[in-house]
Design a protein around this ligand. Structure first.
Ligand SMILES: Cc1ncc(COP(=O)(O)O)c(C=O)c1O
Length: 381
């Protein structure tokens, strides 16, 4: 059996998405900025994708900016807002468990003279709301907090966070990458100023994403050139990918509830299967405030590199955490922020992530293979 269980890193592109994209590649191939009829035909598809995405998140079409993915969306939003607001103050806030495409931008801004507060999280991976409230001052211009953590699946308390930020003048950016297809997101109800999304985490193509930017929010845009995306992001729109992204968003929202039930069942089955086999483990993160698609396990009997190699030999493909740092031996900054056990827990933790294609049979196969590995290690000790 072969099991891909690294869907938080990326997902295969859905057939419906491929079909829509192929049509654009070969038939509606025009440049949406060209004024002839082939260009106008392409523009129709671009406008339709924008409307579809806007309505999926209760945003306005004019609030949708297409990008090359969440790394670009995060960079554009955070740098753009910080530079634009710096006359009002130079204090910015984020959490210690953000994706590197957020954290590294904050670190860069810190080097440039911004004052940064990195919020702590508890053992569930939930940010400290009191610390957020205490940290905000009149100098605070921006807060960036992720919706769902990509390593442990913890869902941050967005309503509480928004309420605290809402009392201040700070802008609010949300990296919503891992929430799409799992949580219903109403852009206006959450009162978010900017939100980042990428298509390849929910059956869309790689290299395309969205920055939702609330009407009236000004940014210093970094990418200059043509007048695409209402002069907010220069460069010919990647129309086939954008049309694929719109289809992937539609499907993710359409099947969200049934997929969530399936994923929660799989998560429970996985944990029960490990318990039944008497494998020592602890769940990293929260069982209740989390999405079903990510299960991060502390497996104290083995180090993560050995585990990944042995699972790979059993044709089970998982990772130690963020794919962007996979291949390196740097312990997870997320687990280090969550637990006070120096590096130890991070060095023995593995992220399993599932999607709607994952079956119960696959879950049981993973549990069986972990059991074999555990026994081999127990005998060796
Ligand atoms: C939470 C989070 N933010 C940002 C990104 C970066 O997305 P992209 O690969 O589209 O640049 C990822 C993907 O790994 C992610 O999981």
């Amino acid at each position: 059996m072969e099991v891909y269980a690294d869907y938080a890193a990326t997902t295969p592109v859905k057939q419906e998405v491929i079909d829509k994209m192929m049509d654009i590649y070969s038939v509606h191939y025009g440049n949406p900025s060209s004024i002839h009829s082939i260009g106008r035909d392409a523009r129709k598809y671009l406008d339709e994708a924008r409307r579809t995405i806007a309505s999926s998140f209760n945003a306005k079409p004019s609030e949708v900016i297409f990008t090359s993915g969440a790394t670009e969306s995060n960079n554009t939003a955070i740098k753009g807002m910080a530079y634009d607001q710096m006359d009002k103050g130079k204090h910015i806030i984020t959490s210690k468990i953000e994706h590197h495409s957020v954290l590294h931008v904050f670190e860069q801004l810190e080097k440039e003279g911004f004052e940064v507060t990195y919020l702590d999280v508890d053992k569930q991976g939930i940010i400290n709301l009191q610390q957020l409230e205490n940290a905000i001052t009149e100098q605070t211009i921006l807060v960036s907090i992720m919706f769902v953590n990509n390593e442990v699946g913890t869902v941050e308390p967005m309503y509480d966070i928004e309420e605290i930020i809402g009392k201040s003048n700070a802008l609010f950016h949300v990296d919503a990458v891992q929430a799409i297809g799992h949580l219903e997101i109403d852009f206006h109800e959450f009162d978010i100023d900017a939100m980042s999304i990428t298509a390849h985490k929910f059956g869309g193509p790689k290299g395309v994403g969205i920055l939702l930017l609330k009407e009236g929010t000004s940014l210093k845009y970094q990418q200059l050139g043509g007048e695409q995306e209402a002069k907010r992001r220069a460069g010919t729109e990647n129309l086939p990918q954008i049309v694929g992204l719109a289809e992937a968003v539609t499907l993710a929202n359409q099947y969200r509830d049934e997929n969530n039930v399936h994923l929660m069942n799989l998560k429970n089955l996985f944990l029960v299967s490990l318990q039944e086999r008497s494998i020592p483990f602890e769940l990293n993160g929260s069982m209740t405030d989390s999405t079903g698609h990510i299960v991060n396990l502390y497996l104290p009997f083995i180090d993560v590199e050995t585990m990944l190699t042995l699972l790979d030999l059993s044709n089970i493909y998982v990772s130690s955490g963020s794919a962007c740092t996979a291949g390196t031996t740097t312990p997870s900054h997320v687990l280090q922020a969550m637990y006070d056990e120096e590096d130890n827990r991070a060095k023995h933790s593995v992220r399993f992530s599932f999607n709607e294609q994952t079956t119960e049979q696959e879950i049981k196969y993973i549990a069986t293979e972990i059991h074999k590995i555990y026994h081999k290690f127990k005998e060796d000790v």
